[in-house]
Design a binder for this molecule. Structure first.
Ligand code: ATP
Length: 483
């Protein structure tokens, strides 16, 4: 049976969501994808909802920093020494793979990401793991740094593509603090491309070498970390292989979550994903044990969603303490502490991070919304209307009798407010199917009756219901449907 990942890849290729970059060239590399028109629109809609539900709701500041940064930034951040994966190479055919991934695949048991090289070697030996290509033995586990080096200018000065988007937030922090008139706690957000030289990119968008992150770094005074008022919201926590559904208040009380500040942002993250149409039963917050946490984190929660690949990490939530500002202060020889107006004291801010992988969110939404409607011989994406790449498609029933003219007028009028698509090619049934296939929630058809009474057919994707609506009422009706 075709697996879901292959199915989504197939659908993505056919319907212009995404495809392998430079696909016609023999030296194309794995782990790079171009977004087509529908994928780009879906991605923009995810980011727009992220901005509304997290950045704007919390009064955060958003920046757009550089993707290439000098070496010192990554010395300060620790990425040149610690942003590593365990690499094994076949002694005979030289095939290379990530040790933890291969062991996990073979043993079907979770393998921590941060074991020592010796521990990986022991697991490979114990489970008699051989090269999947030629069945020979692997060499000892080595360290693979994920950063992409670059040479800048004629002197080829050492620099790197950023491996996570947040470092320019940290380097910009003093200027933002001075110019924004914000006081602690406050968030700085950023979306953009990041680059990792992954050993084994795979599973289409899930592990690539160039991908999109939407990151939020909340700067706060640890003395007032518990000053956040919490709601009674319950979350699904996954701790040491056990699931607990309890309120965030209780979770803080039981010291499952380190502080009210973190609990507050975990709730917002859940609400954001609900706005994308992901249901509570499909999501969980997994607390990472020390051996799995990133090198800079005091407490990590992975926000995960259930897909055909298992529980998939979409967002990493890290209590980064003062790790970043301390490191940047030391290497740049700048004082990065600030006055907290609330306490009147100087403090080196701590940071809580919500690091979302936009491509994984997009993949999860494709998978969770994909439907095969056998009865009506169609496939569709049941995206929430405000997420769909096209919000409303407009057709003339036939290409004559003045119908295209009226349909184009409607398109021009609605296109100012909504993402619209005009199509007059092929049978009306085919045009409806094409829109179902990319998840367009509404279609408008101009027909013979339109020319008599100025009404059109409004067709609904999910239940195939059709109603007549006056042209003059369309904009208001569609606005009410944009949820
Ligand atoms: P993983 O454990 O899966 O390698 P990570 O813990 O290294 O991920 P982070 O560095 O915390 O990931 O990055 C934040 C988010 O960026 C992840 O939750 C994920 O959604 C996304 N992400 C990370 N690596 C990749 C990748 N290679 N391709 C696509 N998205 C990624």
């Amino acid at each position: 049976m075709e697996n879901k990942l292959d199915k989504i890849m197939d659908v993505a290729l056919k319907r212009g969501f995404f495809w392998p970059s430079a696909e016609n060239y023999s030296d194309k590399q794995a782990g790079f994808f171009d977004y087509g028109p529908n994928g780009r629109a879906l991605k923009e809609n995810i980011i727009r909802i992220w901005r509304k539900e997290l950045v704007n709701k919390e009064g955060m500041i958003e920046i757009d920093g550089c993707q290439i940064l000098p070496k010192s930034v990554f010395v300060a951040s620790g990425h040149l020494t610690s942003f590593n994966d365990p690499l094994i190479t076949c002694k005979k055919c030289k095939f290379k793979i990530r040790a933890d991934q291969l062991i996990q695949e073979r043993t079907k048991k979770e393998v921590p990401e941060k074991l020592s090289m010796d521990e990986y070697d022991k697991l490979i030996k114990k489970n008699k793991i051989k090269c999947p290509k030629c069945k020979s033995e692997f060499s000892k586990t080595g360290i693979w740094n994920l950063m992409f080096p670059l040479g800048i200018g004629t002197e080829r000065k050492e620099a790197y593509l950023r491996g996570e988007s947040c470092q320019s937030i940290f380097t910009s922090f003093p200027r933002i603090f001075k110019t924004s008139r914000k006081n602690l706690p406050f968030g700085i957000a950023q979306t953009g491309k990041v680059f990792r030289n992954e050993i084994s990119p795979r599973q289409n968008l899930l592990r690539t070498r160039e991908f999109n992150q939407a990151e939020i770094e909340v700067f706060f005074n640890p003395e007032t970390e518990n000053d956040f008022k919490l709601k009674e919201t319950k979350l699904n926590f996954h701790i040491k292989n056990k699931v607990q559904r309890i309120s965030v208040k209780e979770a803080v009380k039981k010291k499952i979550i380190i502080s009210n500040l973190i609990a507050h942002y975990l709730v917002l993250l859940k609400e954001f994903h609900e706005k994308l149409g992901i249901s509570e039963k499909e999501m969980r917050f997994r607390k990472l044990e020390d051996k799995d946490k990133p090198f800079y984190s005091k407490e990590t929660w992975d926000f995960e969603v259930l897909t055909s690949t298992g529980w998939l990490e979409l967002v990493a939530c890290n209590h980064r303490s003062d790790y970043d500002l301390k490191g940047h202060g030391r290497i740049s020889k700048q004082k990065l502490d600030v006055v907290d107006e609330k306490t009147g004291k100087r403090v080196l801010p701590n940071v809580f991070e919500l690091s979302a992988g936009i491509d994984r969110i997009l993949y999860a939404l494709l998978e969770l919304n994909y439907k095969e409607d056998k009865k009506n011989e169609r496939t569709l994406f049941s995206f929430k209307p405000k997420l769909a790449p096209v919000f409303v498609a407009i057709f003339p029933l036939v290409n004559k009798e003045g119908m295209p003219k009226v349909a184009k007028e409607i398109f021009n009028q609605l296109n100012e407010e909504f993402d619209c698509f005009y199509d007059e090619s092929g049978s009306i049934g085919r045009r409806y199917r094409r829109q179902d296939e990319i998840g367009t929630p509404f279609c408008i058809t101009v027909d013979g009756q339109t020319l008599k009474d100025k009404t059109v057919t409004l067709r609904f994707r999910d239940d195939l219901k059709q109603i007549r609506v006056k042209i003059t009422d369309l904009a208001k009706k569609l606005k009410d449907l944009k949820i």
